[in-house]
Design a protein around this ligand. Structure first.
Ligand code: ADP
Length: 160
């Protein structure tokens, strides 16, 4: 049986922090599905189609990564794909409570599904899509935080 994990998130846009988790996950699992879920509490900068393209470009060196999106519930998506593992990244302690809440809810909704957490590399502990967007807005250099395609896309969004 092949081992597949879903790496869910907003990815608005993908950063080196996300990529680190995806790359490490791809060495453990036969396949990693990076799935965009629209977080309704956040208003996205990039459309789902733009985010898919940016993730595809940023992960094209990893053969066992697939990119997808869903409008529904993560557990329903996992069931539909017949996947039992959700892979999430953990940064600082501040992520913990939020992640625990989602994990408990997902387990309540579907007990077969396991959520695995991978600790981020220290260098990405304080890296988030929001912080990248914030600094990119002021034309700061973000090339050591995100893949080149993303840095270019951010420039495009914030040019006047
Ligand atoms: P969400 O809106 O679901 O939190 P994100 O796109 O912010 O979506 O994050 C998706 C996943 O990537 C989450 O598991 C998050 O903890 C993880 N992640 C985000 N940034 C980093 C980072 N710098 N290092 C490791 N994991 C990260």
């Amino acid at each position: 049986m092949s081992r597949i994990a879903i790496c869910p998130g907003s990815f608005d846009p993908i950063t080196f922090g996300h990529l680190d988790i995806i790359e490490r996950g791809s060495k453990i699992f036969d396949e990693v599905i990076v799935a965009i879920f629209n977080n309704r509490t956040k208003s996205p900068l990039f459309t789902v189609e733009e985010r898919i393209e940016l993730i595809k470009e940023s992960t094209k060196h990893i053969p066992n990564v697939r990119v997808d999106s869903s409008e529904g519930l993560l557990v329903d998506y996992a069931e539909e794909k017949n996947v039992q593992v959700i892979l999430r990244g953990l940064r600082a302690v501040s992520d913990f409570e939020y992640e625990m809440q989602i994990t408990s809810m997902n387990r309540k909704l579907e007990s077969k599904i396991e959520t695995l957490f991978m600790m981020t590399n220290n260098q990405y502990s304080f890296l988030s899509s929001s912080i990248v967007k914030e600094v990119a807005k002021y034309k700061a250099d973000v090339t050591d935080l995100v893949p080149v395609v993303v840095a270019e896309a951010l420039k495009g969004k914030f040019k006047r």
